[in-house]
Write a protein that binds this ligand. Structure first.
Ligand code: SDX
Length: 428
């Protein structure tokens, strides 16, 4: 393969370097294009544009492959734990036993939140959406730890900032849940591991002893592992571009939480369950909703279907579909929405509209069903996604900074008015 692409515009030819990734992905590096020719490229939604070179996650949308630092997601979901995967994503290698224990210990040290946080929590109205509470709480970490504000400062303690954020995400999420329910907030219990501790902070009540259900803990561990990173998705790209302005990790991740909130992205799992509940209430008429999803005049979309990158299947959905059956059977939970989901999937996978557009169930299609079965309220689903995605956001922010990437600042094609003079209001 040639090392250069040639672009010919108006009789002139420009040479642009070709780069090839570890998995033989080919890209044309257009960094010098505007300088050479005054020409830019346009790719609304960045469907064909690489924003960076990254060594963190590899996914192949056609083949349904997803690997974190080279390790297949299927193996990590089966054999690893969420904190071990977080270490792998952030530091690049699987930890040795003593490294993992040290990592866990450092995170436990910082799980307790400042009591002043409670005053902030009291400021939120009782029915606040947990994502709005979470993004605000993540931003307030800059006020409690001002040394994090400038990650370039010699005493910025970036690694401590990373561990503090991993440590404080679960209590912040749990507090957003108890706040919304008008329940007392729970403190971390350092005798428990990360996921068990989180679930206890979510669900423990002062009125009765908290009993952990290993099925629920295992389900959440898998969901967090499967959500931990996904290369340059909308929220991760947000974290990277905010971080590229030299904003702190907390400010960058708070922006990522807000990007994830959208129903086309991390808010989809909440939208999936609300859609399935509506279909169940409407008598389970899946054909009607398949037709609505296909009708261009109907804004209804089949939430949990389709993906910008996966065009055959989302490997995470495959794992979670299996898990949904196992967990619901173990919990003895009858879930009519699961039956509707399976019927929707069955119909959609043979319907030309979906097949032609390569619309298959994505990670959100089954994660919502599992979380509902284990008692997570629907409005908390995007917040669960935030806990899962946090190691990925951190790893990508860290890589962007270590590679000293420039501030992100895309160009545009102007299609507005040509120059014109101001007209006094009396003459308009
Ligand atoms: C996540 O990027 C990531 O990695 C994200 C994520 C991660 O881990 O970070 O994987 C997590 O966000 C998963 C996606 C969750 N979102 C949803 O489930 C919402 C429903 N799906 C979509 O709205 C849509 O499929 C997207 C947003 C996921 C992808 O949109 P694209 O790639 O921009 O595709 P598109 O909107 O251009 O659609 C292409 C065609 C269109 O029809 P035509 O105009 O060609 O006739 O497919 C249709 C769309 O109308 N289409 C759907 C559909 N999704 C796309 N039609 C009905 N139902 C759907 N769900």
């Amino acid at each position: 393969m040639s090392n250069f692409a040639e672009l010919s515009v108006n009789g002139k030819t420009y040479k642009l370097p070709i780069i090839v990734g570890t998995e033989d992905e080919v890209a044309i590096d257009i960094s010098s294009l505007r300088e050479q020719s005054g020409i830019i490229t346009l790719d609304i939604g960045y469907k064909n544009t690489g924003a960076t070179k990254s060594a963190i996650t590899f996914l192949d949308g056609e083949k349904g492959i997803l690997r974190y630092r080279g390790y297949p997601i299927e193996q990590l979901a089966e054999k690893s734990t969420f904190l071990e995967v977080a270490y792998l994503l952030i530091y690049g290698e699987l930890p040795k036993q003593h490294e993992l224990e040290k990592f866990k210990g450092e995170i436990k040290e910082h799980q307790l939140m400042h009591e002043d946080k409670k005053k902030i929590m009291d400021g939120f109205p009782s029915k606040s959406h947990p994502m709005g509470v979470l993004s605000s709480l993540v931003t307030t970490l800059t006020t409690f730890f001002p040394e994090s504000l400038d990650p370039n400062r010699p005493d910025a303690k970036v690694d401590l900032t990373i561990k503090r954020l991993l440590a404080k995400m679960p209590p912040m999420v749990a507090w957003s849940y108890t706040k919304e329910r008008g329940l007392p907030s729970n403190y971390p219990d350092n005798s428990l591991d990360y996921v068990s501790n989180f679930l206890k902070m979510m669900f423990a009540l002062p009125t009765k002893a908290y009993e952990e259900d290993p099925i629920v803990t295992d389900a959440m561990e898998k969901i967090f592992v499967l959500h931990a990173d996904h290369e340059q998705n909308c929220s991760t790209s947000t974290v990277r571009i905010v971080g590229s302005s030299q904003a702190s990790l907390y400010a960058s991740v708070a922006a990522g939480v807000n990007a994830l909130w959208g129903p086309l992205h991390g808010g989809a799992n909440q939208a999936v369950i609300e859609m399935l509940d509506n279909i169940v209430k409407d008598g389970g008429n899946t054909e009607k909703y398949i037709e609505k999803a296909k009708d261009k005049n109907d804004p209804f979309r089949l939430m949990g279907f389709g993906h910008r990158v996966y065009k055959n299947f989302d490997p995470r959905a495959k794992i979670l579909k299996k898990q949904a059956d196992i967990i619901l059977n173990k919990l003895g939970v009858a879930a009519p929405e699961l039956e509707v989901a399976k019927k929707l999937e069955e119909v959609a996978l043979r319907d030309e509209y979906f097949v032609e557009r390569k619309l298959y169930p994505n990670v959100d299609f089954y994660s919502g069903i599992i979380m509902k079965a284990i008692g997570i309220p629907t409005e908390m689903f995007p917040v669960m996604f935030s806990i899962g995605r946090l190691p990925g956001w951190i790893a990508q922010w860290k890589e962007m900074r270590e590679n000293k990437e420039p501030i992100g600042r895309p160009r545009q094609v102007y299609i507005g008015e040509k120059v014109r003079d101001y007209v006094e209001i009396s003459k308009r």
